[in-house]
Design a protein around this ligand. Sequence first.
Ligand code: MN
Length: 337
Amino acid sequence: MKHIKCIAVEEGFSTPEVLAAHQDVLRNHPEREPGLYKLMANFDDTLWSGWAEKLTDLGAGRIAEMDKGGIDKQVLCLSAPGLQIFDPVQAMELSRNVNERLAMAMREHPDRFAGLAAVPPQCPREGAIELERAVRTLGLKGLLINSHTRNEYLDDPKFRPLFEALSSLNVPLYLHPREPSAQLLDAYIQYGLEGAIWGYAAEVALHSLRLILSGLFDDFPNLRVVIGHGGEGIPFFLGRIDNRYANSGHSAPGRRRLKMKPSDYFLRNFAISTSGMIDHAPLRLCIDMLGIDNVMFAVDYPFERIGPAVASMDSAPLSDEERTKFLYENAERIFNL
Ligand code: MN
């Protein structure tokens, strides 16, 4: 199959300042982030330092890997847990620095990089102002949040200013994983399941369903949420979610009467990417369940390798029209690239 233009929409990066601040929290306040502490303790040091080097490279080394693998453009996402573990003052300062660093990369390599703003949800009002600056002034393409923020989820009304800003700017929220929140963590730890092996997907699937069942999308019908890793399993479960929504949970304290079925919101308000998922069968299932307009290619660089991801997607059993939409047209439309 001839390789065509390819945009990868969930590609990790970080800054030396953010990585140093993560290390500082893990060293001095491990009790604040028990899940992150366990996750990092389970990584091989060499593997992690290799990732750290690639995460902080927004220049020649990264572009050489993109060229070699066949990626035309990366949409850059601040890697988990981003700014969500910091105190507000430090988080806002790092947020402005990260967004400016992204804008610089986009100015230096306009054909190769686009960035999603990193804003700390623990500062919803200041964060919304920074999101507006990042989109309107710096040209960033959306907002990246790494799931829970100190064990709180975005359906909490305190986070509304961020959704008001997303909605009025008409840019998407990319809801990326991190390890499960403290209230869920114990059951994951014994076998090291808290990371991308399972905990990441379970965490973001839960977070997405919380957003849907909270009625958020009745209040913000034009809001777009993007999730990675083949939709974190949700496309596979859509029928069962509707079925059991209709006949369970009636006395759940957060339940509110929705205007549509849960799957209707998923199909209307969500888009997904294939980050870290290279098998053809789940790709086909995702496209069949969601339609071809809301499924995008992603690698999950540097945690996954570009070569096998591109090769697998180039050989996927897709029509020419599907392939074009999947590999770049949907990304251009959804992120306004
Ligand atoms: Mn990822």
